[in-house]
Each structure stands twice: as C-alpha cells, then as structure tokens.
Write a protein that binds this ligand. Structure first.
Ligand SMILES: [Zn+2]
Length: 262
C-alpha cells in the first residue's frame, strides 16, 4: 500500500501538470506498468520489493543509475507503521462493525498519505484526492455513530466540522489565501467529522499547530526560512486527525485528570 501511494502521487502529479494533453492518459493508474521516474524503464518484481529493493540498490535505478529519492522507501515505511499502529491501538474493537470501521480507516490512512506526500512535495492538496477522502470519511463517521449507538453524536460531529471549516475559511479569506490554502479549507469538514466533537477539534488543531511549530522552528532560528515562508499544513492536520481518532478521548480524559483536577 505504501508503494501504491508513492506511485499514485507521482502519476497524479504527471496527470495534473499535463492535464488535457495526450501525455496525461499515459499516467493513469490502470494503464502502464511500474516504471523508473527518470528513464521510464519498466520495473520488475525484484525492483519493487518495498524498502528492500531501494536499500539493495542504494537508492539508484538499476537501469539508468539515477538516484531514486528517499520519498519512496519513507512512504512505504510510514504507511506500514500507520497500519500496524492503527491495529494495535484500535479503539473500536474487532466486532463485525469494528472490522468494517477498520477497513474504511485503512482506506482513509492510504488516501491521507497520498494527500500528505503531495502536499509536502508541491504544497498543494489536490481536490481530486480531497473529495474521495471526504466521501470515505462520511461513511466512516456514519458507521462510527451507528456503532456507538449515540445519535446525538451526529450533531456534535457536524458542529465540529462546521467549526473547523468556519475557522479555516475565515483565515483563508482574511489572509487572502496566504496563511491557509484552499485545499486545507476543503479538507476541514472531513477532519472535523473525524474529530467528532468540538473539544476534540480543538485538540486536533493544537496537535497540528504544535507539530508545525516544532518542524518550522529550526529553519526559523537558523534563518534558512523566513516567517513568510511556507510549510505545508496538510500533513500536520492529517497526522493530528489520525492521532485524535485513535487516542482523542483518552488524551482529553488524561488532560482533565492530570492537569485540571489535581
Ligand atoms: Zn531509471
């Protein structure tokens, strides 16, 4: 699934930049075998073993010796870690509905990784991927509400989505798109639904902003990056959403017990 995400991101970019031309059709996922992004030599099974092929070839194409960026093995590693951690810390159990939720969740993780990698490389969240992410989220959250048999939570989830969307939209319009990009605004309702309650949305925002500051700080301090410089916010939002779905309620309970009541 990690290899698929990498290949998909690359093909998507080729199609987005060649939209409408004949070249674009060459990079649809259903057509064409795996190929080297530089020499376009066809890749075989021995070139496609996740992580191991990249390591054994020392990050170079077997056919043209061009270096293959660490993005590919890193994506494979991250996807496998996200899948395994999701299984280990799965909060909804493994009843039939729990399994259904889990499968939908893995689909969301996969699409989320595609979004994050695209955003990291080209600071853009393509609508073409945000929409399927949002659609799967609606099914996931609907099933989650059904599993928890608490139908008030539909209202909380919608409120959470409205809060995040409203906030991002206001910042987007207020800063003329400088501080928060259009892709983040379109992604916001899905992230709010995943968070599920207004309180968990605040937690999601806190984690994402904190992560963004931690990553941006070294660049700011060494002045390699100015305050006006851009870092993609999408990956931080997606990681925060991943965390709050798995640990949100527990984190808030811990916070209330440890810090507020002691
Ligand atoms: Zn090559």
């Amino acid at each position: 699934m990690g290899s698929f995400a990498s290949a998909y991101v690359w093909r998507l970019r080729k199609r987005e930049t060649a939209r409408g031309s004949k070249v674009a059709a060459k990079y649809t996922m259903s057509r064409g075998r795996s190929m080297c992004p530089h020499c376009q030599h066809r890749l075989f099974a021995k070139d496609l073993v996740p992580l191991l092929s990249w390591l054994s070839l020392a990050g170079k194409c077997r056919y043209c010796q061009s270096s293959i960026g660490a993005q590919y093995p890193l994506t494979e590693l991250v996807v496998s870690l996200l899948f395994v951690t999701s299984y280990l810390f799965w909060p909804f159990g493994f009843t039939p509905i729990g399994w259904g939720l889990f499968v939908l969740w893995l689909v969301l993780v996969e699409i989320g990784v595609i979004l994050a990698v695209y955003d990291i490389r080209w600071t853009e969240l393509p609508f073409r991927i945000v929409w399927p992410f949002s659609a799967v989220t609606v099914v996931f959250v609907g099933l989650r509400v059904y599993a928890q048999a608490d139908f008030w939570s539909i209202g909380y989830a919608l409120l959470a989505a409205a809060i995040l969307f409203g906030l991002f939209w206001a910042i987007h319009v207020g800063s003329k798109g400088e501080w928060i990009g259009g892709g983040d605004v379109v992604l916001a309702p899905a992230l709010g639904l995943l968070a599920g309650t207004p309180l968990v949305v605040l937690l999601l925002l806190f984690i994402a902003s904190f992560g963004g500051v931690i990553v941006a700080l070294p660049g700011l301090l060494t002045r390699r990056q100015s305050l006006a410089g851009k870092i993609p916010f999408g990956p931080f939002l997606l990681i925060a959403a991943w965390m709050v779905v798995l640990w949100g309620e527990r984190l808030i309970a811990w916070y209330q017990n440890a810090l507020l009541l002691s």
